[in-house]
Write a protein that binds this ligand. Structure first.
Ligand SMILES: [Zn+2]
Length: 490
């Protein structure tokens, strides 16, 4: 304990003495345009990141899946005597920055005295004697997701200059195509499984908890998508001449959809929840301990009610069926008194462990058959239409399963304890985020637990105009990484 807090102070002192240097290096990194569809830009980012790692003694490789894809930068720093290896993930590519509303050029990092939204002014940080942690750097990828890259580089500088050595082997895996949906990540992981191998995968991406408290997350929901088409007559019919006799696909579709999900979000498909792994007692307790922001969010959104009795955090730990859209006929001035030929709906399923897209597909199609629907995979011909009272085309989008690491494996326990020591307070433990990321693929391919450790401020405008990082968050991340590297053991 004593030695840890001594190191903590040394790191903080180092950082205070080198703030300008750290910011200068970070700004340099942010000047590289990094939209993954531009291969030249991506190559220059990969090179800049590789060079920065090599300067810190890393062995660096650029990993691809055998195709000409944006590479993952893999850096490896072996520590004599260390028995554990921690893989730190971030991504060096960013969202396009062509949204209207950028106050300054997204590729010219600009420091302001606070949030632009609150009217903060530009600051000449290079001339300033000290840097206020409330200042923010405005640039594309300042928070999402080059901040963890800079924080790791500076954490290692801090350790070296203060005479402290990491006690774990360090690998960094910096992806170059995350904002394009990581189309080559699973190929890269399987092809280079040996090179990336380790004991714990720590992913720094996205913002901290809305309460401003530090959070770790241990999973994400999976997903799969379904497009449904229901068929009526082969040509649009006059509703006066044919109503009550020729079935209307709009009405058939509405009945079908109503049979899938109730008004409180419960999915009515038999077997849908059969594979759901219950939350453990510790996970349930962690959910209950999360700060209550539901009331404020509901008020902000003018929600007259919420679905079911659960909190938002508990609700997104359950699987969900969402209706993305319905397409049939027209309304308002364009409404016509017709019975249309077809009606379509688009659905997304959010999955939790241990549901799989295949099993969801099976039980959904079986249920539709039980409800009297004949399920087809392609548009039917007229003979098929005439032979079946209820035809539905089901087109499934390939999805992926959810992931939840749990809190109790030794490396995960060690991380929670080490983060608690580093920040001086227990972090919020979020069993799973509601959104979807292919964490299951990472964990299954690399056979190690994956934990999310976001470092950016919640109001960072990620993906939008005026993306920013609060400088205090960068300082905290440097302190955190440095302390983890000298403390994490199991
Ligand atoms: Zn990101």
């Amino acid at each position: 304990m004593g030695s840890r807090s001594v190191i903590g102070r040394q790191i903080a002192d180092y950082r205070a003495e080198h703030e300008h240097e750290i910011l200068a290096e970070f700004c340099e990194l942010l000047r590289h345009r990094n939209v993954a569809t531009n291969r030249q830009d991506i190559a220059s980012n990969a090179e800049a990141v590789s060079d920065a790692l090599r300067r810190r003694g890393f062995d660096v490789q650029l990993l691809d899946d055998g195709s000409d894809c944006p590479p993952c930068v893999l850096g490896e720093l072996t520590v004599p005597g260390a028995t554990r290896t921690v893989v730190f993930y971030a991504h060096y590519d960013g969202q396009p920055a062509d949204q209207p509303g950028w106050t300054t050029d997204p590729w010219t990092p600009t420091v302001r005295s606070g949030s632009t939204a609150a009217g903060a002014a530009d600051v000449d940080w290079q001339q300033a004697r000290t840097v206020d942690p409330e200042w923010r750097i405005y640039a594309r990828s300042a928070s999402d997701d080059k901040a963890p890259v800079q924080a790791m580089l500076s954490a290692l500088d801090a350790l070296r200059c203060t005479g402290n050595a990491p006690i774990v082997n360090i690998k960094v895996l910096y992806e170059g195509e995350e904002e394009q949906g990581s189309p080559h990540l699973s190929g890269i992981l399987s092809r280079h499984r040996e090179a990336i191998a380790g004991d714990l995968f720590v992913l720094s991406d996205g913002p901290q908890h809305p309460s401003g408290r530090f959070q770790l997350f241990f999973g994400v929901r999976g997903m799969t998508g379904l497009e449904l088409t229901v068929y009526g007559p082969t040509r649009p019919l006059h509703s006066g001449h044919f109503g009550n006799w020729a079935p209307n696909p709009a009405i058939m579709l509405v009945h079908l959809l109503a049979a899938l999900r109730d008004d409180d979000g419960a999915v009515l498909i038999p077997g849908f929840t059969a594979d759901v792994r219950d939350l453990t007692g510790a996970e349930r307790a962690a959910l209950t301990a999360l700060p209550g922001t539901d009331r404020a969010i509901a008020a902000e959104l003018a929600l007259g009610r919420t679905e079911g009795q659960d909190s938002l955090a508990a609700s997104i730990s359950r699987p969900a069926l969402n209706l993305r859209g319905i397409e049939v006929g027209a309304v308002g001035e364009r409404a016509a008194n017709t019975i249309d030929t077809r009606a379509r709906a688009s659905i997304d399923f959010r999955l939790v462990p241990d549901q799989t897209p295949d099993r969801i597909r099976d039980c959904t199609e079986r249920y539709l058959a039980d409800l009297g629907w004949t399920v087809v995979a392609a548009d039917p011909d007229t003979a098929t239409l005439a032979a079946h009272p209820r035809l539905v085309k089901a087109e499934w989008q390939s999805g992926y399963p959810a992931y939840r690491a749990g809190f109790d494996s030794p490396p995960v326990c060690a991380l929670i304890e080490s983060v608690t020591r580093a920040i001086g307070v227990e972090p919020l433990l979020v069993p799973m985020l509601g959104g979807s990321l292919p964490l299951h693929t990472i964990a299954a391919t690399l056979a190690m637990p994956v934990v999310g450790m976001p470092i950016a401020n919640y109001d960072n405008n990620q993906h939008g105009a005026n993306e920013n990082l609060r400088i205090g968050n960068l300082w905290a991340a440097i302190d955190l990484y440095a302390q983890l590297l000298v403390d994490l053991s199991w």
